[in-house]
Design a binder for this molecule. Structure first.
Ligand code: ATP
Ligand code: MG
Length: 252
């Protein structure tokens, strides 16, 4: 399998904090790779570095044979790298279709409004929101808004899609539906990197899982290998005890 995305020695520093620490990562075409780790491990930061929101402080990122580290976000997304946001923020007073038309246009492949509308409708249909296309985003349930977020990224016709906790806050029926949808996206030929706290989801979707802790990669392997990895177990236990002693709710 030839690699679509390769990170070598990627770090990102925020002042004194090394949020991403010397991470190597290879993602093959058509793979579904899980990215897990306790709260604050650096998962979202890594997505932000891959998509050009932040420049890496060190390291190189190669996508489809080209260096993309240091490129602007819009160039990277036009090359086919799309992402969803951990906190979904649709424009509440715009319809579902209008929300999806914005990125469809931004992707730069649309010839005009009519084509962007068509692409938006296709994406909404694909995620099961075809009937809700004229609904205001504010009228959608959380599960609906998560689907809308997915439709926005699909309207950019990505080759690789980074999903940042698309299932957070959903009930178990909604999660099963979301799993089917993510599989459908993968079957359509999109390579997927999925950040997910729910083990059930990563374990069932991913052929390979990468574990971050304090910014660094502490393990990588099949779901079974990762589940039984001592450093992974310790990272999660440590985090849970730390959260409890700080009086915070467990992240489940
Ligand atoms: N823009 C920023 N400026 C300063 N620190 C940041 C910034 N973004 C993230 N961080 C810090 O970097 C670390 C990693 O954060 P990040 O959001 O990447 O973690 P995460 O693995 O996505 O966590 P979660 O599971 O809670 O979403 C945290 O300590 C966070 O506070
Ligand atoms: Mg995060």
């Amino acid at each position: 399998m030839s690699d679509l995305l390769t990170l070598e020695g990627v770090s990102r520093r925020f002042g004194g904090l090394l949020a991403v620490d010397n991470v190597d990562l290879s993602v093959g075409r058509g793979e579904i790779v899980g990215l897990i780790g306790p709260n604050g491990a650096g998962k979202t930061t890594l997505v932000n570095v891959i998509t050009g929101v932040y420049r890496p402080s060190a390291g190189t990122i190669t996508y489809d044979g080209r260096r993309i580290d240091g490129m602007k976000t819009f160039r990277i997304s036009r090359m086919g790298v799309a992402r969803t946001f951990q906190t979904v923020q649709p424009f509440p007073a715009m319809t579902a279709r209008e929300n999806v038309m914005a990125p469809a246009t931004f992707a730069g492949k649309s010839q005009g409004i009519a084509e962007a509308r068509e692409r938006a409708e296709e994406a909404l249909e694909f995620v099961g929101l075809g009937d809700a296309r004229d609904a205001l985003a504010s009228e959608l349930t959380l599960a609906g808004r998560k689907r809308l977020e997915l439709a926005k990224s699909l309207a950019m016709e990505p080759k690789v899609l980074l999903l940042d906790e698309v299932n957070a806050g959903l009930n178990s029926t909604e999660i099963d539906e979301a799993l089917d949808l993510i599989r459908k996206v993968a079957d359509s030929g999109v390579t997927i990197i999925i950040i997910e706290h729910l083990m059930k989801v990563v374990m069932s979707l991913c052929s390979r899982i990468v574990v971050l802790h304090h910014g660094g990669k502490i393990a990588e392997g099949t779901p079974d290998e990762v589940r039984n990895d001592r450093s992974v177990i310790e990272a999660y236990l440590g985090n849970r005890y730390a959260s409890r002693s700080a009086g915070e709710a467990s992240d489940g």
